[in-house]
Design a protein around this ligand. Structure first.
Ligand code: PRP
Length: 213
């Protein structure tokens, strides 16, 4: 049985749809109730819903053999796991954003609000720009509006949240998408099953891309 941590929410439902198409359905998961764990012995999978930020914790510690995690979470926490596949779903961009008329004054420390201090810190370290990182847990767009920070480093999907709060993308940090990740020990011991799932899921990703073309 492969234990698979799915991220709760819209992305998780989409990814489950891809796994189902790839030959790993789980009918009980499709029932509208509040259970968090579901298994289908026939296809050899046990799924569970976890908070998107927690997927890599379950996989790294071996509570899950596989998981679907955003590249943002992987970059931020650098967990010890294998990244097997880009699902090309949940695509968005990690960006620096701020007021459209923002001009960086390099004689001052730049105040950066973010949910992703490591990603933001690495980005500015690469540019040798001194920054003060302000870690927030959400509603990041408020920070420059209220003068808590000069800019933010955050995820931009449609750009609507920025636009509706009078902010704009100033720089792109990196593209983000969902990844299939594996616990290294699980990969060693269940390599055949994991390789099979990866191959089938990869074929489904290609088929989906062809259908959408
Ligand atoms: C994310 C992100 C932005 C928003 C971007 O927030 O932090 O606020 O989505 O999406 P958009 O470009 O399509 O508007 P999330 O919904 O995860 O909520 P949070 O602020 O509570 O983290």
């Amino acid at each position: 049985m492969l234990n698979i941590a799915l991220p709760k929410g819209r992305l998780g439902e989409k990814v489950y749809g891809m796994l189902k198409q790839a030959g790993y359905p789980c009918p009980t998961l499709e029932q509208p109730d509040r259970r968090l764990i579901f298994e289908n012995p026939e296809s050899g999978v046990r799924y569970f819903w976890v908070k998107p930020h927690d997927v890599t914790i379950y996989v790294e510690r071996g509570a899950a053999d596989l998981g679907i995690a955003g590249k943002d979470i992987i970059l931020e926490y650098s967990p010890e796991l294998y990244e097997l596949l880009d699902l090309k779903a949940g695509r968005c961009r990690m960006c620096v954003a701020g007021p459209a008329d923002f001009r960086d004054n390099r004689s001052r420390i730049l105040r950066v609000a973010t949910k992703f201090p490591r990603i933001a810190g690495d980005f500015y370290a690469e540019k040798s720009r001194d920054v003060e990182l302000i870690k927030l847990n959400g509603s990041i767009e408020l920070a420059p509006i209220l003068g808590l920070s000069d800019v933010i480093v955050d995820i931009v999907e449609t750009g609507r949240t920025l636009a509706e709060n009078g902010l704009t993308v100033l720089e792109e940090v990196c593209p983000i998408s969902a990844r299939l990740v594996a616990n290294p020990a699980a990969y060693r011991f269940q390599r055949r099953e994991i390789d099979m799932l990866t191959t089938r899921l990869d074929a489904e990703i290609q088929a989906k891309a062809d259908r959408e073309r």
